[in-house]
Design a protein around this ligand. Sequence first.
Ligand code: AMP
Length: 113
Amino acid sequence: MNTCIFCKIIEGKAPAKIVYESDQVVAFHDIHPKAPVHILIVPRKHIPRIADLEPEDHGIMGEVIGAAKAVAEQFGVGDGFRLVVNNGAIAGQSVFHIHFHLLAGRCLGWPPG
Ligand code: AMP
């Protein structure tokens, strides 16, 4: 049984505030936002980590980046946003279904913590 929370959101079996959907990508509000705009952009395909990508998945990841651009424009932050991917628990990954955090709406320090 698939217990992945992001798969459940994608399948409509768990609640989320969805802001974007395409054939290959879904985007929704992060439940614990770290910025005024904090959207998660996820491929529909369950791939646990960037480190698990196969060459056939590279096109999907292009779709994810394209969706990030569309979401940034949708929220009026196309001129200033950050995309973050945590790969592995040591890097802070807590949901093992690839997702890009789109963060915007405040000053974003560098380097990230
Ligand atoms: P990461 O720690 O990089 O794996 O990011 C996982 C993100 O998913 C965190 O920012 C969580 O707040 C967020 N999150 C976890 N569960 C949900 C959920 N059910 N709906 C929306 N966001 C979630």
